[in-house]
Write a new protein. Structure first.
Length: 401
């Protein structure tokens, strides 16, 4: 319930992407928000107020002369207890109106009349030529200068059949952005690199050794870092998870590949990384004699002889760099967490180590963490992984100088 108690005014303007606003409304309601829909008259050509009322559970407002509000001023009253206004989809026309402070219908007047403390988020949706038009680009620059936040757009196939920039974000991406807008920007301007998921060490072309890490904890940390305003690169072993919106993901399979990508990210010309978080459950060993062909059963019933060699220790290698980023390690233990956690932090030479119990976290949606640093340890009690990830990001931000 990431939006519990939040009052959201959702404005719809005239575009095909109005169909996504229905799903977006449902998603916000599911996340605990109360949603007040306001539509332009063009928007009503694309989706009906009936649908939006049915999904939001509230009468929809479309007209500034609507007398249902006591003082007959919906353009004032509808935003007075709003936490945020989101325009999705936002047409090229409405972007132009916002840039110029137009007040010729309910939605535009409501935006201009909103209290200065109510943020305005805008999700553009339009044909690629409309998006690239210099007038639209001028208007968008004005919106940014006026502290109006843009959500997307994305590039891709468009309803008109053309391809390019201007697609509205999907409902789940919009939801993530709205949730992010409520998080404090504790890592604004920082770059964070992290690893997540299991690794997979081949035995032959079709078999390998892996572990039960689902990647959920690492992906939650990546999302929390993006919510906190960081630029996030996620180096991920094989998982079934979608990349969190706004996070750059690089997929790898083996521990060696994960090591090589991490070191390349840290060594690049444009390489300033402020924080490295090693969440991945990296295999300690790989199969030294992996077969190039699929192994066959032996006629005498004997099993193949596998020879193991140690993988590089990614966290220790990063921590040993001449100018390391702030390093945070994760340790999954099966018992004696308090004892092993502190020993591991010192052995890996990192300022912060996060301990968790492997069988209590792998694949689960909740977890509990213990943070070890030079001053001792702090417990973060059992909670959803996203909530814990936000607490961890706050703990990391407070330790950055
Ligand atoms: C079928 C159709 C689809 C349209 N799709 C879009 C769109 O995706 N984005 C956009 O900016 N305008 C689109 N338009 C144009 C807008 O609906 C038009 O500019 C309208 O005046 C916008 O009004 P509003 O900003 O008050 O909602 C479309 C028009 C039609 C007829």
């Amino acid at each position: 319930m990431d939006l519990a108690g939040k009052n959201i005014v959702l404005g719809l303007t005239g575009g095909i992407a109005c169909y996504k606003a229905a799903e977006f409304t449902r998603a916000m309601i599911k996340a605990g928000a109360s949603v007040q829909v306001v539509m332009t008259s063009a928007a009503m050509h694309f989706i009906t107020p009936v649908t939006m009322q049915g999904l939001s559970g509230k009468p929809v407002f479309t007209d500034q002369w609507d007398a249902r509000i006591g003082n007959n001023m919906p353009h004032i009253d509808l935003t007075r207890d709003a936490d945020v206004i989101v325009i999705a989809p936002c047409s090229a026309d409405f972007i132009s109106k916002l840039a110029h402070g137009a007040c010729d219908d309910l939605l535009s007047t409501l935006c201009v009349a909103r209290p200065a403390t109510v943020p305005l988020l805008v999700a553009p949706a339009m044909n690629v030529e409309m998006w690239q038009n210099p007038a639209t680009q001028r208007n968008l620059a004005q919106l940014l200068a006026d502290d109006i936040q843009l959500l997307g757009p994305d590039a891709g196939e468009q309803a008109c059949g053309e391809v390019g920039m201007g697609r509205m974000l999907e409902a789940n991406q919009l939801l993530e952005e709205v949730i992010a807008s409520f998080q404090p920007k504790l890592l604004k301007g920082k770059r964070l690199l992290l690893t997540a998921g299991p690794t997979f060490e081949p035995i032959d072309p079709v078999r390998g050794i892996t572990n039960l890490s689902s990647g959920k904890m690492g992906y939650a940390v990546a999302r929390a870092a993006y919510e906190a305003g960081a630029e996030v690169t996620l180096v991920s072993g094989p998982t079934a998870l979608a990349a969190p919106y706004g996070v750059r993901r690089i997929g790898v399979q083996t521990a060696q590949q994960m090591h090589d990508i991490v070191m390349a990210q840290l060594a690049g010309a444009d390489s300033r990384t402020d924080v490295f978080v090693a969440v991945a459950a990296v295999a300690d060993w790989r199969v030294a004699n992996a077969s190039a062909q699929k192994l066959k059963k032996n006629a005498d019933g004997s099993a193949p002889e596998l020879v193991f060699e140690q993988n590089p220790d990614i966290l220790a290698t990063v921590a040993a760099l001449p100018k390391p980023p702030y390093c945070v390690g994760f340790a999954a233990e099966s018992e004696n967490l308090l004892q092993y956690g502190e020993v591991k932090r010192i052995r890996k030479n990192v300022p912060l180590l996060v301990g968790n119990i492997g069988h209590d976290t792998f694949g689960k949606d909740d977890n509990q963490l213990v943070l070890f640093d030079a001053d001792g340890h702090t417990s973060l009690p059992r909670a959803g992984k996203q909530q814990l990830a936000r607490q961890l990001i706050a703990a990391i931000a407070s330790r950055l100088t």
